[in-house]
Design a protein around this ligand. Structure first.
Ligand SMILES: [Zn+2]
Length: 121
């Protein structure tokens, strides 16, 4: 996920994570159709296709990630406004400092609640 975000610089990268029981097992690199350093969006047809492939693997959407090439890992007002999957964890990979920084949130309505990420799967 971090590698994908670094490869897409200076643009924001985005993608999906699928797995079971909230545990991410598969990464789905998606195209940022906005090709922007400060915004991202995914083609809804690409999302549908990925969701179908996840189902075939017996997995479900557990996370949605995107990068902030120059900003901290905090959700922007747009990130919150366009968060359509309340059951998914929203991960933001910040590349603003030397070490990548990951923020993880559950976004419900207009609120972003921080989530804990464990690297153990
Ligand atoms: Zn963002």
């Amino acid at each position: 996920m971090i590698r994908h975000c670094m490869e897409e610089r200076p643009f924001e990268a985005c993608g999906l994570l699928s797995g079971r029981n909230g545990c991410a097992e598969t990464i789905w690199r998606m195209e940022n159709i906005e090709k922007s350093p400060v915004a991202f969006s995914m083609d809804s047809r690409h999302i549908q296709k990925a969701l179908q492939k996840m189902a075939l693997k017996g997995e479900a959407l557990v996370g949605i990630y995107h990068s902030h090439p120059t900003a901290p890992p905090l959700p922007s007002p747009e990130d919150i406004a366009y968060a359509y999957y309340p059951e998914a964890a929203y991960l933001i990979v910040s590349l603003a400092s030397k070490q990548p920084n990951i923020g993880c949130y559950r976004i419900v309505g207009s609120r972003a609640l921080p989530l804990r990420v464990e690297l153990r799967c």
